[in-house]
Ligand binder design. Sequence first.
Ligand SMILES: Cc1cc2nc3c(=O)[nH]c(=O)nc-3n(C[C@H](O)[C@H](O)[C@H](O)COP(=O)(O)OP(=O)(O)OC[C@H]3O[C@@H](n4cnc5c(N)ncnc54)[C@H](O)[C@@H]3O)c2cc1C
Length: 273
Amino acid sequence: MALYQKVCRGGLNISSIFHSPATIIDAEAIYREAKKPIYLHGGQEVVLRLQNDLADISDLIDISNIDELHGLHKEGSTLSIGAGENHAAIAGSGLVAQKAPVLCELASNIGDSQTRNRGTIGGAIASKTRSSDWNAALLALDATIHTTKTSHMAEDYFSRGGLTAGELITKICFEIPSKGIYLKQTRASSTDALIGVLVSRLEKKCRVAIVGSQRVAFLCPALEAALSAKFHQDVYDQSHIPEGILADNADASLEYQLNLVEVLCKRAISSCA
Ligand SMILES: Cc1cc2nc3c(=O)[nH]c(=O)nc-3n(C[C@H](O)[C@H](O)[C@H](O)COP(=O)(O)OP(=O)(O)OC[C@H]3O[C@@H](n4cnc5c(N)ncnc54)[C@H](O)[C@@H]3O)c2cc1C
């Protein structure tokens, strides 16, 4: 059922149509028919957008009532998390704590209580925020992002630019690590990562993923190769960090960021040893 909503902003009446479909098929059908639609889940990003450009959004499609987007399951060697699961549910899940405690730890340090209880993993990944903690987890746990159109390996998802119009993330499958540690240094004014480092030990390899404020997230193949030969913090060398990705920014100098990367990598490697 579609509800017609009128929102009054600065004396200007702006209208958008609110939909609340119960199935993925219905949500996609509404999206196809609408002029300038947007999906809405926890609203933590969308509401910020609404404050700025509601006039450009013809239809708000609330996908939070779609059961198919929920669920936490072990599927073979992976942990499957429904796109509609919020950060608090992931942080508090017994299954996640048992199979990939690093994801509980990561989720429990996102934002404040409201953000954790409203914001979803699917919304975080769809909006491709640069400093999103989930981006580090996607890369370090070799995740597959399942959507209504296809399945994206995390690395491809980032390099290809994300979702196409109307594509919905349905679930994310993370390889279950034998160990994993996520450490982040936040900005002074928020819980966003200035630098976040996730080190994981998977069945056949180890991964080191870094999230910063400039690029979505990146892996460190040279450090991973060095750790495969000897898993010890002493193998860390600054030359292992890909050049040209981190740069001076308003929050921190390049030198400070590289220092953080070194400190966090060494601590995480030591905890995973
Ligand atoms: C105060 C605050 C603090 C925060 N702190 C952190 C932090 O410390 N670390 C961190 O990593 N993140 C942080 N975030 C980001 C937060 O995690 C995301 O805003 C949230 O998870 C987005 O999810 P949502 O369900 O609210 O998305 P929405 O706002 O509902 O949607 C976001 C975007 O994703 C699309 N979308 C939503 N679900 C899907 C889906 N299943 N498939 C396809 N597209 C979809 C929407 O159309 C929209 O474009 C913070 C946000 C806020 C507001």
